[in-house]
Design a protein around this ligand. Structure first.
Ligand code: URA
Length: 441
């Protein structure tokens, strides 16, 4: 078998066999010098997949091969139900940072394998690096032991868990090959299979800030992941959720950690809190810990108001080597040198009608918050705090957002981009629903 022939076959719209998919993933995992799949060939193949797609058989084989590129954990010794959740990527999506300690505090052990930033979207592992000392590079033994000890762990990809996804993910990020339903499905599901949890909630984002811009495409992705899960014995529940505008108010690594900590302290912004609680209540209902979503929400609310969810976050940070003093002193995290206001044009009362999540991500990238090359360092301090979201009433001349920058040139560029992200109406605008559809068990 030759990789060049497989690239040509996919370019011409042919379906791969299981053996061909295994050949590609074995090649990705082989040492570079004698691998039959060179980096440049992998990127050409990824682009061919973006254009031609894959059928469900190919997607399930790819997922299985990627999951088996490392260890597939058996967590049954921890308990009958182990939770995990995964988002397909968005702007300002810090859900994991609240969901994991919250659900762990509710008695559902959480074994979470997360990723770094991808395309225009941020990654949980990068965000956690804003906490000094936080180590998400957990060897498998420590990952399992930590879930046993404190009921929660958040790890990034190592060479032990779905390492093929780690390599392909980094390559997709810098070759513009992220936006593909089979590649996203295989990436997400391979990690979920490898990490061993059996109660999996998928948050499939849709809108301008997501990889799937339409609800139809997001639903399709959710259905593909549910079907792949079924075929590989890993049933999932998936929700299609709004990512037209950023989630919550903060976008940028440190700023998002602060918003997550504020949410655990009971001060979460409505859209973000609604989403996290809805997904959390769904997980509790599936785990048999409540009769329905309403009771689940009440349990989660109590865990926030009693401080138990925040205590669990403290335990998690300490267990992973982080400086838990950040919970009470945000200045211990990287902080931007300057702030600029983005001002609403004109005068008089108006409502935010549109807020383009993709442009907010672009503004952050201009200030150094994203990668252009695989090994680029990112600026954890910069970002944008949105004072208004779709449906907010505001006066012309008021500040609608604050840009946190490390230098004046990039800060001012970001202000221009953020200003373009907002559109206003003279008529009242409704706040959009966060959850749009549900798929799977
Ligand atoms: N999240 C992942 O883990 N993989 C993708 O491809 C997209 C989002």
């Amino acid at each position: 078998m030759r990789m060049v022939d497989l690239i040509a076959a996919k370019r011409n719209g042919k379906a791969h066999t299981k053996e061909e998919i295994n050949f590609i993933i074995d090649g990705v995992m082989a040492p570079a010098v004698n691998s039959p799949v060179k980096d440049y060939q992998l990127s050409a193949w990824l682009m061919a997949v973006c254009w031609q797609g894959m059928n469900l058989d190919e997607t399930a084989w790819l997922t299985d091969a990627m999951a088996r590129s490392g260890q597939v954990l058996d967590l049954s010794s921890i308990g009958p139900m182990i939770g995990d959740k995964h988002s397909t990527g968005g702007v300002g999506d810090k859900t994991t940072l609240v969901f994991v300690p919250l659900l762990a505090a509710a008695g559902l052990p959480m074994a979470k394998l997360s990723g770094r930033g991808l395309g225009h979207t941020g990654g949980t592992i990068d965000k956690l690096e804003a906490i000094p000392g936080f180590n998400s590079n957990l060897p498998v033994g420590k990952f399992i032991q930590q879930v046993k000890d404190i009921g929660a762990a958040i790890a990034g990809q190592t060479t032990e868990l779905a390492p093929a996804d780690g390599k392909i993910y980094a390559m997709r990020d810098v070759t513009s090959t992220v936006q593909s339903i089979p590649l996203i499905a295989a990436s997400v599901m391979s990690k979920k299979i490898a990490a061993g949890a059996n109660l999996i909630i998928l948050d499939v984002k849709c809108g301008r800030g997501a990889f799937m811009e339409t609800q139809e495409a997001a639903l399709n992705l959710a259905e593909v992941m549910a079907e792949v899960g079924k075929r590989l014995n890993k049933p999932v529940s998936a929700c299609v959720t709004d990512m037209e505008q950023p989630l919550g108010r903060a976008v940028g690594h440190t700023l998002e950690v602060i918003e997550a900590l504020e949410t655990l302290k009971g001060n979460g912004p409505p859209g973000f809190k609604d989403l996290t609680f809805s997904l959390g209540a769904l997980a509790l209902a599936r785990a048999g810990k409540c009769q329905g979503v309403f009771e689940g929400m009440k349990i989660l609310d109590d865990l926030i108001s009693s401080g138990k969810a925040l205590d669990k976050m403290r335990e998690l940070i300490i267990a992973q080597g982080g400086d838990a003093r950040v919970i009470d002193d945000y200045s211990l995290m990287p902080t931007a040198k300057m702030q600029f206001d983005v001002v609403v044009p004109g005068s008089g009362q108006k409502w935010v009608e549109h807020l383009d999540g993709r442009l907010i991500a672009e503004a952050c990238k201009v200030m150094g918050a994203g990668r252009s090359k695989k090994d680029d360092a990112i600026n954890l301090a910069v970002g944008v705090v949105l004072k208004g979201k779709i449906g907010t009433m505001i006066e012309g001349g008021q500040s609608i957002a604050t840009v946190h920058a490390d230098d004046e040139i990039s800060g001012k560029k970001a202000v221009d981009i953020v200003a373009k992200a907002f559109k206003y109406s003279d008529m009242q605008v409704a706040v959009p629903a966060v959850i749009k559809a549900r798929v799977g068990s």
